[in-house]
Design a protein around this ligand. Sequence first.
Ligand SMILES: C[S@@+](CC[C@H](N)C(=O)[O-])C[C@H]1O[C@@H](n2cnc3c(N)ncnc32)[C@H](O)[C@@H]1O
Length: 192
Amino acid sequence: MPTDWEERYQTGDMPWEKGEAAPGLVDFLAARPRLERGTVLVPGCGTGHDARVWAGAGFAATGCDISPSAVRLAAEKTRAAGLSAEFILGDFLGDTPPRPFDWIFEHTLFCAIDPGRREDYVAAVRRWLKPGGDYLAVNYLIPDTEGPPFGTTRAEIWTRFSPHFALLEEWVPRSYPNRTNLERMFWWRRRQ
Ligand SMILES: C[S@@+](CC[C@H](N)C(=O)[O-])C[C@H]1O[C@@H](n2cnc3c(N)ncnc32)[C@H](O)[C@@H]1O
């Protein structure tokens, strides 16, 4: 059964909602204060924690989510935080981007979609990102085949992304307590 994401928000069935941004993203931005600022897309943004961290660091952040409730909550929380970010309702896998972005930040969308759609996901990252743009991902390396979340391996990530992106760095990030040592971050640059 495909996941009804809107129903999950409406019923409060959101175990992924940690009330804060991905620790690995927070550390990434804190360690690189001189990164050139630009536009960033957070697909599957949920209630917007990650988009707000990008916005707070000076990026022009856009969150995209397929659930209207997520988009509404993200916009409300961002206003309440006194930050500026755009949130759009859309299907990252199927939609044509309004414009290509300098950065895409992945956090718990790749593991949320049906694994049969992972080729569509890679095509979507290429479509929404500028040539030469950066794709920063927190991937969840768990063995689960019954999801979401659906697991992946470093080998699968490499096979899917390396034909289209050059790997700049990879590392094990700081994580939420229940994901410690189960995540790996990859910083890729889209080939021209
Ligand atoms: C596991 S949740 C993670 C939310 C957020 N990234 C976080 O970590 O708090 C997955 C999110 O992806 C959204 N989503 C699922 N499929 C999507 C799609 N095709 N396009 C955009 N968003 C999608 C869901 O509505 C949900 O908000």
